[in-house]
Write a protein that binds this ligand. Structure first.
Ligand code: UDX
Length: 444
């Protein structure tokens, strides 16, 4: 049975969730305070790059099953289940998450709820938020106890957001055991198609559901920083982190995924989530439990410095006037997101050290230029690399992984390449006469 659903927030999370819910057959209304974004979405256009999303979105906007509004009243009148998919960015100058957008949804929607409604939060929030919001909602909603709030964290990855939304590894529903209400039942109706496929469905208390999300991201960040820490040791000792990761990854208990050493993690989630998690642990008086995450963050940030130092070293000690081609600006391939992007951070640091940096990224140029307008942006790999003294691969886009080292050698000024993502077939580059520098490898 189709449900009537609203999704507050139309960023990566909200827009994808809204489109995904329409794909599941529900009637959906997406809500945002930004009229420009809503105008685009109404025309079936996605305001950011996410493979496959525009197809799904356009299809359902055209069929009328998915619409968008800036008016929360419309959502309150229409939907029985409301999702919160707004951002929880890092506060300026602090590690904690900025809760103003999540709070604003409750403050706006709550007073409009004149009939029973279930609200499911998807945003990544500090533990304790859902209980606080559930109380607040009961106070301000005209329906009182019939405005019921649960938490349903989202685990989608950018670049695979549609797939992850429609085929999640698991569904987690946080419910206050003292007041279970209709929350689980509503979630089961919304996600009926996934439950038929036996997708694991975990119903837990509110605090656990909030912690599941941040713990998952903390674990992933730790895994990446673990291998990057080992990469540092490999660099100092002549080891090879790729062979090492392959070898330890064969142990099922460890696994090979997320053991890619390189420039480290970035994006709108992992960096700010581990910081917010530490901040919240501090508030709860258990900061020691998570001090290791500070080291995870430190190892991660050191990778960017390492790349800049390596670049300085391989060009002979000074970057002044050196032409560096930086291939990649997005924090990872299949995304135009440059939030906390290691690639862009490295490009910016090289520029500040006097290098003539030319950046090329297949999708993220506009976002990158908005943050670093003083960098030079090239139209293509060739354009960025023409006459370059050094090439750095900073994001592992497919078109960089398949570059022909022989062809590129003829375009550059010097055949030196830093493979910041260990994504190139190193031997081919060495055979083509390049000085190849990987991350955590003999040459790095
Ligand atoms: C992450 C989580 O994976 C997702 O479950 C959560 O909902 C949001 O945060 P995302 O930020 O889209 O998703 O990216 P992810 O694919 O996890 O990559 C994060 C960063 O880690 C990227 O910068 C990526 O380049 C880096 N990374 C990933 C590595 O450096 N090495 C690896 O082995 C894997």
């Amino acid at each position: 049975m189709p449900e009537r659903i609203s999704v507050f927030g139309t960023g990566y999370l909200g827009a994808t969730h809204a489109a995904g819910m329409a794909e599941l057959g529900h009637e959906v209304i997406g809500v945002d305070i930004d009229p420009a974004k809503i105008d685009l979405l109404r025309r079936g256009e996605v305001p950011f790059f996410e493979p496959g999303l525009s197809d799904v979105l356009r299809r359902h906007v055209e069929s009328g099953r998915l619409r968008f509004t800036t008016d929360p009243q419309e959502a309150a009148d229409f939907a029985d289940v409301h999702f919160i998919g707004v951002g929880t960015p890092q506060k300026k100058g602090e590690n904690a998450a900025d809760m103003r957008y999540v709070d604003a949804v409750i403050e706006t929607l709550g007073p409009l709820l004149t009939r029973p409604a279930v609200i499911l939060g998807k945003s990544t929030v500090p533990v304790g938020t859902a209980a606080r919001l559930a109380d607040r909602l009961r106070d301000i909603a005209p329906v009182g106890d019939d405005a019921q709030l649960g938490w349903n964290p989202e685990f989608l990855r950018e670049g695979f957001a549609v797939q992850d939304t429609l085929f999640p590894d698991r569904l987690v529903i946080g419910v206050d055991p003292q007041r279970p209400g209709r929350i689980e039942e509503a979630a089961r109706r919304v996600y009926a198609a996934m439950l038929e496929r036996d997708t694991p469905f975990i119903v837990t208390d509110l605090a656990t559901s909030e912690l599941v999300k941040v713990s998952a991201n903390a674990f992933l960040a730790t895994k990446i920083s673990f291998i990057n820490a080992i990469a540092e040791v490999c660099e100092a000792s002549g080891g090879d982190v790729i062979a090492l990761a392959d070898a330890i990854g064969h142990d099922e208990r460890i696994g090979r995924k997320f053991l890619g050493a390189g420039l480290g993690f970035g994006g709108g989630c992992l960096p700010k989530d581990i910081r917010a998690f530490m901040a919240r642990a501090g508030e709860l008086g258990v900061d020691q439990a998570l001090t290791f995450l500070r080291e995870v963050d430190n190892v991660n940030m050191r990778r960017r410095e390492h790349a800049v130092e390596l670049a300085t070293r391989v060009v002979g000690g000074s970057l002044s006037g050196i032409h560096v081609a930086v291939l990649g600006a997005a924090f990872k391939p299949q995304s135009d997101d440059v939030r906390d992007s290691p690639a862009l951070d490295v490009a910016g640091s090289l520029h500040l050290r006097g290098a003539d940096v030319r950046v090329y990224d297949p999708e993220a140029m506009r976002n990158a230029a908005a943050i670093w307008p003083t960098l030079t942006f090239a139209d293509s790999i060739d354009d960025a690399c023409r006459g370059a003294d050094l090439v750095i691969v900073a994001t592992e886009w497919g078109e960089f992984k398949t570059m022909d080292p022989v062809v590129l050698a003829a375009a550059v000024g010097s055949t030196r390449i830093i493979d910041g993502r260990n994504c190139l077939p190193s031997q081919e580059w060495i055979d083509a006469g390049w000085d190849y520098y990987g991350m955590g490898r003999h040459s790095g």
